[in-house]
Design a protein around this ligand. Structure first.
Ligand SMILES: Cc1cc2nc3c(=O)[nH]c(=O)nc-3n(C[C@H](O)[C@H](O)[C@H](O)COP(=O)(O)O)c2cc1C
Length: 545
């Protein structure tokens, strides 16, 4: 029987209630329909019918910059033109391939991954004029199927100038929203968490795409959700298919200082929009998930905004020569792991180092990290199998030492670079534990290593209020995006794991309260391809027109 939804009214209580209620347990998974209602399967593509479209270029793949060079140097900033905007979206939120099992049975994949490939995240571009592409400032929805911008509203030059006042020039703004229904259709109550992971992956994807152009991405966290909804026109949407504002991202040439307008500055900057186009209907029918509405409402209340600036991290690892755009375009999830392929120790250390603040991707989030990584090492060459811990923020260490099992030894592993805060906790064959805790998914035991992302839960909520809750998931999604790309660059493959038994993982780590909570899991290893599936290019449907 499902417990009554919630009697709580305080946003923090609602968040804590939602979190406990949506934990998977071996004897009781979080509530969902329990079957797939194919008749109401949501359309994966939002369109705004009647909104004028702007075709984006799909420039050919560039061999440079190399993927590794993104972490060791800053590419020269590209000019703001049609090619730059086309590449930015092509390498962050666009289609990456179609998968086909038989005639008529195909589905699309995207550059940014999504739990169940349901893609709840929608992207918006807010921009001034762009030579050869955008002739007047506006708010645009990005349509991945047609790789087009749909103009949702025109802005006057003065409105754009007011919005971007004090920001580096040139600059672009990107907004992300989530359609919770897309995930809830399949996953029920836990779906809201997956939407936040997906938003984090999208932020990471945008940060990497920007870096290939010599630009940087930074979330502007002072804008309240209600203001962002106004800016994106999503305040006009109602009902189960409405989009919910997640975040606003400032894109500017790398190295530019990013201003942090105070929350009070936004209402006057955001103009009233005269909206163009009508949102398409995604499903014929909807099943209500009131707890998702409750948590979505609780986390959009204004609260404290945290900010931190990290120092750039030195990365001197040798360049493997892969094109960055190639790695971005080839990223996929492994559906099965081979149970054999190792990762070598140096690649493992390099990969972990690139999840840290100062290694540009993490810097897209303007707050000090709240997430450290528990690692279940199965097949890392010259490293003993067992549990390890990457402390992503020095301030986490004391709290983790206090909270984690007192059996843990906290040793520095062999060959670990001095600037990598990695600890061996305990030698163990963690394969069975990794699989069991991951809802029995063998991808977690048959990879080279698996990850549990531990968030400083109580402290984040105590300082940031309910709005800190989605941000913890964004941080985990962003880390997942780095792991996906690093896995590809190491000749391996990653998979995000949203299905795991929360408290079983906590027990494994010796956690007995909510000071730290595992919010997302991940696995990296040698993939086994599904030979029944055919892979088709992403935009053949446009080329054949
Ligand atoms: C937040 C999140 C959770 C996921 N959870 C799982 C999981 O538990 N098991 C799994 O096999 N794949 C999982 N995946 C992988 C998705 O199914 C995959 O990203 C999606 O099918 C799109 O395929 P692609 O990543 O190859 O583009 C997850 C992905 C994300 C982003």
């Amino acid at each position: 029987m499902i417990a009554p939804m919630t009697t709580h009214t305080d946003p923090l209580d609602i968040v804590r209630h939602y979190h406990q209620r949506t934990k998977h347990r071996p004897e009781r998974y979080a509530a969902s329909l329990g079957y797939l209602d194919w008749a109401s399967q949501p359309d994966p593509f939002r369109r705004f019918e009647g909104a004028p479209g702007v075709d984006l270029p799909r420039p050919p793949l560039r061999p440079a910059p190399s993927y590794d060079s993104l972490f060791t140097s800053t590419p020269q900033a590209a000019a703001l033109d049609a090619d730059t905007v086309g590449r930015l979206l092509l390498h962050s939120l666009a289609l990456s391939a179609w998968k086909q099992v038989g005639p008529g049975q195909s589905w699309s994949l995207r550059i940014n991954p999504s739990s169940g490939a349901l893609h709840p995240t929608e992207g918006y571009l807010i921009s001034g004029t762009v030579p050869g592409l955008i002739d007047a400032p506006g708010v645009f929805h990005y349509a991945p199927f047609s790789h087009q911008l749909e103009r949702r509203a025109a802005l006057s030059d003065a409105q754009w100038a007011a919005l971007a006042a004090g920001m580096p020039q040139p600059c672009l703004l990107m907004g992300l929203t989530s359609i919770h229904w897309r995930e809830a259709w399949k996953y029920g109550e836990r779906a809201w968490r997956y939407c936040q992971h997906d938003a984090g992956h999208a932020i990471g994807a945008i940060a990497v795409a920007a870096r290939t152009l010599g630009w940087q991405a930074r979330v502007l966290d002072s804008v309240a959700d209600a203001e962002l909804d106004r800016l994106l026109g999503t305040d006009q949407q109602t009902g189960p298919e409405a989009e919910h504002a997640d975040c606003l991202i400032l894109l500017s040439p790398a190295g530019s200082l990013t201003p942090a307008p105070g929350a009070e500055a936004w209402p006057a900057r955001i103009p009233a929009l005269d909206l163009l186009g009508t949102a398409n209907t995604l499903s014929r029918e909807h099943h209500p998930w009131p707890i998702i509405d409750a948590v979505a409402d609780a986390v959009c209340k204004p609260g404290s905004v945290l900010a931190a600036q990290s120092l750039p991290r030195t990365d001197t690892s040798p360049d493997r020569g892969h094109s960055a755009e190639q790695i971005i375009r080839q990223r996929r999830s492994a559906v099965d792991m081979d149970g054999r392929s190792p990762i070598d120790r140096n690649s493992f250390y390099r990969l972990l180092g690139r999840t840290l603040p100062g290694a540009f991707v993490a810097d897209a989030l303007p707050w000090a990290p709240r997430v450290s990584l528990a690692l279940m090492v199965h097949r890392v060459t010259d490293l003993a199998p067992g549990f390890y811990l990457l402390v992503r923020e020095p301030a986490h260490e004391a709290s983790l030492r206090k909270s984690l099992s007192d059996q843990f030894v906290w040793e520095t592993p062999e060959g670990c670079p001095p600037d990598l805060p990695l600890f061996r906790l305990i030698d163990d064959d963690a394969r069975r534990a990794a699989q069991t805790v991951s809802c029995q998914q063998a991808i977690a035991s048959d990879g080279a290593f698996a990850v549990g992302m531990l968030a400083q839960f109580d402290a984040a909520l105590d300082t940031g209020g309910a709005r800190a809750y989605p941000r913890l998931f964004w941080e985990t999604g962003l880390i997942g995006q780095v792991l996906y790309l690093e896995a590809e660059a190491a000749g391996l493959r990653g998979t995000g794991i949203g299905c795991f038994f929360d408290d079983m993982m906590h027990a494994l780590m010796g956690l007995t309260d909510t000071a730290w909570q595992s919010l997302y899991h991940f696995t990296v290893g040698g993939p086994v391809e599904d030979a029944r599936l055919q892979t088709l290019p992403p935009y053949a449907h446009l080329d054949s027109q």
